[in-house]
Design a protein around this ligand. Structure first.
Ligand code: PEP
Length: 250
């Protein structure tokens, strides 16, 4: 079994470079005794180099998004090769906060292909906005996987992480946290879809993370429910809490 993976998504936080440095140092200290866990921190783009300067061998860096374009006249866009050249190795793609401002599955797919070309590991976010009683949310997740992973090869799947993030469970507007049972069912479903697209070997080797209001109190139950790790929002801004979530994944 591969190591569990814990990813912190800082979103548009903290307010300044100085605070970013202090936060990153806090996370380095809080995660010192974390053997057998892969840890990734995804700060906003301007803070990637700050984090890179803090001495530490353990924590890898990731970006929160990438452009679907290679290079050129695209004001404000940041390309995968730029991210890679800053020393980051992961990139979150298809986060619901990006999808809500226009990232379709087609765009997510283009971003994944660009990221792979630059040797970044895409953390592909999927998940439904609401759960209906007819199971339509399962079809949505299925087509998110099919459309987002179009033209990705079996070999490239070795470098892809799936983060199941039900939108209703994310952030301060969450209606509730998903139950560990809901996650287990969804992980089985995701593996079935990956098996149909690729094969069962790929399906079993792909790490499936849970994201949505993860905290030190509920993390163990998700690990017991076979989560291969977490994508953490709010609690990644608190080194003590983030360290406690990492400790659960040891
Ligand atoms: C997220 O936005 O990806 C997320 C999981 O946020 P939170 O942990 O705050 O729910």
């Amino acid at each position: 079994m591969s190591k569990r993976l814990v990813i912190g998504n800082w979103k548009m936080n903290p307010k300044s470079l100085k605070e970013a440095e202090a936060l990153f140092k806090g996370i380095v200290t809080a995660s010192k005794d974390s053997k057998n866990v892969d840890i990734v921190v995804c700060p906003p783009y301007p803070f990637l180099t700050t984090a890179k300067k803090v001495p530490n061998k353990k924590i890898k860096l990731g970006a929160q998004d990438t452009s679907e374009m290679l290079e050129g006249s695209y004001t404000s866009q940041v390309s995968s090769s730029m991210i890679s050249s800053l020393g980051a190795t992961y990139v979150i793609i298809g986060h619901s906060e990006r999808r809500s401002i226009g990232d379709t599955d087609e765009i997510v797919n283009k971003k994944i292909l660009q990221a792979l070309k630059s040797k970044l590991i895409p953390v592909v976010c999927i998940g439904e906005n609401v759960r209906d009683t007819h199971g339509d949310y399962l079809a949505l997740v299925k087509y998110q996987l099919i459309d987002c992973l179009k033209n990705v090869s079996k070999l490239q799947m070795k470098n892809i992480v799936i983060a199941y993030e039900p939108v209703w469970a994310i952030g301060s507007h969450a209606t509730r946290v998903a139950t560990p049972e809901e996650f287990t069912e969804m992980k089985i479903f995701i593996r079935k879809v990956l098996s149909d697209i690729f094969d069962s070997k790929v399906a079993h080797a792909t790490r499936v993370l849970y994201g949505g209001s993860v905290n030190p109190q509920n993390a163990q139950a998700f690990v017991d429910a076979t989560a291969d790790g977490f994508l953490v929002g709010r609690d990644s801004l608190n080194p003590k809490k983030f360290g406690a979530i990492i400790a659960v994944c040891k």
